[in-house]
Every structure is written in structure tokens, then in C-alpha cells.
Design a protein around this ligand. Sequence first.
Ligand code: NAP
Ligand code: MG
Length: 479
Amino acid sequence: MNSTRVFIDGHWASPTSGEILDMVAPSTGEKIGTIARGAAADIDMAVKAARRAFEGPWGQMAAVDRGRLLSRLGQKILEHEDELTALEALDTGKALKLARNDIKAVARYFEFYGGAADKLHGETIPFLNGYQVMILREPRGVTGHIIPWNYPAQMFGRTLGPALAAGNAAVLKPAEEACLSCIRLTELAAEVGFPDGAINLVPGLGEEAGAALSSHPDIDLISFTGSPEVGVLIQKAAAENHVPCVLELGGKSPQIVFADADHGKAIETIVAALVQNTGQTCSAGSRVLIERSIYDQFMTQLSRRFKNLRAGPHQMDLDCGPVISKVQQERVLGFLERARADNIEIAAQGEVHAGASDGGYFVPPTLFRLVPRDHELAREEVFGPVLAAIPFDDEADAIRLANGTDFGLIAGVWTDSGARQMRMAKAIRAGQVYINGYGAGGGIELPFGGFKKSGHGREKGFEALREFTVAKTVVFNHG
Ligand code: NAP
Ligand code: MG
């Protein structure tokens, strides 16, 4: 694998700095490889290559042929499913079954957007007598993509799939902490025959390669997924060049349980929506809001289930893996320590498997009861396997609580009342609302994105194609 190289203009090359970065396996803390430390000079070459591709063969390719390339990449990914699964699990520490889902999802992204490439139609508008107006949907041009470490393979498909389907040429800066699958996926993309410069990959540090990409004057759109803090830096840098941004940031997403819900089903989903990827999912359901009349009974059942959760290395395929790094482990343990100091009671705690390596970055899955509404556990993103339970009084109180954080990414509502389902769906300010279910990160077809500090713009589904294109109005005066 070309793991110490950058991919620019259809070629693998050493980064200009000649420097490399070590990659560590979160399950053991041991070094597993190296990647290129790409920086500003590499980003500049990549943007120039993308511009040439956009103005050249890639930009002139018919939509149907672009779609075929994407579909072929989807197929190729499935042919390499086992290899990519093992790589993603090793690099991120996630359980094998989750890594396999992720690889199927990235294949599905290219399949979905491959099929969509020639179905992105414009519009005509009735206008004055003697006129005809049409709206063309054109690609933006060169798109910059900066993604995090939690779902590197899925993010590769989620961000590049619609950008390429719409005809943009892309430069991707993956996360330094986990990007081996992105490197391998780029190799597979090269094999299926994307023209030189259509896809460029520059691994490296956020402050170097990422900052160079977001401040580059010759990009037409930046798509960023990551923390709200870095989202602000990206927007400021892009604003200097009047470059628009699509931002997918964090969340503190509620799972809301009313007394009339099917508790058994709700509990399975609530637990899965939190522990998936060890809580390191932007749309993790990290708050469970429970109607007060059933609070004690529901917490007893939820605690019973939660106590059985196990964390261990990716190969053990348990409920949770390690978190991504020592820094992240300390950050999550910091939340646990402060909660203890604040006398917030633990309702249930899972265990780290006895066979897990001492060098791995493990955290026991933890459920807190009666978390005060203004406590950091109720308001801030932990990005670890930590669930905060909070009682509510009635529907109005549930809505107030659900909307009562700085975030608004997704929400789950558990109730059998149809009217209440509809009222809650309308009242909650989040990009996705699930009724009697929850899909953390799921659903390639489903538009996804935030309100408030969770970001703006929409990814996934056809909405993403709208973000990666721009409308051009053409007015004919035919007399
Ligand atoms: P992060 O630090 O914001 O990193 C995300 C990406 O931005 C990485 O590629 C990072 O590079 C890069 N970056 C860092 N500083 C930068 C800068 N100054 N300029 C340009 N790029 C820069 O986030 P993280 O800590 O890796 O990921 C966790 C956070 O991401 C959580 O808050 C989570 O909620 C959020 N997230 C959101 C979604 C979503 O879809 N809404 C999905 C996943 C994660 P390096 O890491 O290589 O330095
Ligand atoms: Mg980071």
C-alpha cells in the first residue's frame, strides 16, 4: 500500500516535506504503520491538479460515464470487503462487525451516487411572454474535503460520492489518527480509471494540510466533518476567499421515551445508538430522556442491559472497542471523574474485557442516572460510551429538554401516539428525527445535517447533490 505517499494528479508521490507520521492501533497502543505528512505545498499541487481535471477530461465526461466510474468503484470495494474491513478495524479499533458495516456502506455510497449522477436534472420556469428560463445545476468546481477519524471509510464515500457524481474534482484531507482505509480506497479508485486529478488525497495534520486546504483561494466549496471548534476555524479561513462551507459537527442527540412506548424495543435501540463505535459517532444518542411516571422502572431495565456491555479489542467483536487515542481516553475519563466529584450517580457500568491489552485505550461503558439538566454530561459531547439519563414531566418539557442544548443533529422519539409522534417531529430542531427507532449515522439515502452548532448544509441522499452543485439561471428571449 502507498501509505507514506500523497496521491496527486493520478500519481503517488512522497510528500514535499519528505516527512512521515506514525499510525497507532487503538486496541494495543502499538505502531502499525506510517503515513505521509502532506502540507501546504502538496495541497497547492493537489488543488491545481483538480482544477486541470475539472477544466479537462473529468469535467467534460458525460454524467452517465461519471456514474459508471462511481458504480464500478462501489463494486470494487465489495470485492475487497474483507481486506478493507480488517484495515478499518485495526486502524480505528472498532469492532469487526461495525467495520464490515462501514465498508458495505462506503460501497453503497458509490452505488447510490453512481446511479444518481445522470439523474440530477434542472428545471424550467414560466416567465414573461416571449421568454423561456431554464435552471442548470452545475458542479461547483474544485471541492475540498476534510474528514475525521471516527468513520474514515464511510466518510470517504459520504463526501466524495456526491461531489464526484455532480462532476466536481476533489481534494481530500483525511484525519491523521485514522486514514489507512482512505489510502486503500484511493488506490481502488485509481484502478477503476478515474481521470488524473479527479480525486486527490493529501494525508497530514489538520493545522498543516487541513489549514492549507481550507484557506486555499482556488477551491469552490469546502466540506468539513469534525468538531465545532475546528468548524469555526474552517469557516473563518474559507470566508477570506468567499468559499462556502458544508459543516457536519457534533451533537448531543436525545432519545426520548414516553410512558406508552414499547420499552423492550426502545432499550435495545437506545443502547445500540450509544455504544456504536464506542460512542464516537456525531449522531450518537447520548442523552436518554424518560417520562417521569416510568423513570424508575425503565432505568431498572436499561441498567440491567447496560451492565452486560463489554469493551475490548476490535478482533473480539464486542459491544465497544477502545476509543481512538490516549488523548481521547483521558478526555472521556475526565468526564467520568468530574461526574463522580459532582456526586452524579452511576446507574450501571459495563466492563473492559479481562483479555484487553493494557496499552489499548479502553473506557468502561457508563450510564448515569438523574443527570442535572445544566450539567456538562447533559449538554456537552463526550464522544465516548457515556449515556446521561434525565427524567421529564410532560410533552412540553420533553421538547424543551430535547432542544435545550447548543446542538441539533438527530433525535429519537418513542411513543405509540400518532399525534404526539407528529407534534414531536415538528417541534424538535434536528436534521433527522426518528419515530420508534434511531439511526446513528445510518441511511445513505437519508438527508443528514445539523441545526445550531451541529453545523449547516446537508449531506447524504439527493440533498448532498444539491450542496455540491450550484444553480445557474439561463434566460432566453425568443420573442
Ligand atoms: P477535529 O479535530 O475537528 O478533526 C476533524 C478533521 O479536521 C481532521 O481531519 C483534522 O485533522 C482536521 N483539522 C484539525 N484542525 C484543523 C485546522 N486548524 N484546519 C483544518 N483542518 C483541521 O475533530 P476530531 O477530534 O478528529 O473528531 C471528533 C469531533 O468530530 C467530534 O466533535 C464529533 O462530533 C465530530 N464529528 C462530527 C460528525 C458529523 O457528521 N457531524 C462526524 C464525525 C465526527 P487531524 O485530526 O489530522 O489533525
Ligand atoms: Mg483531531
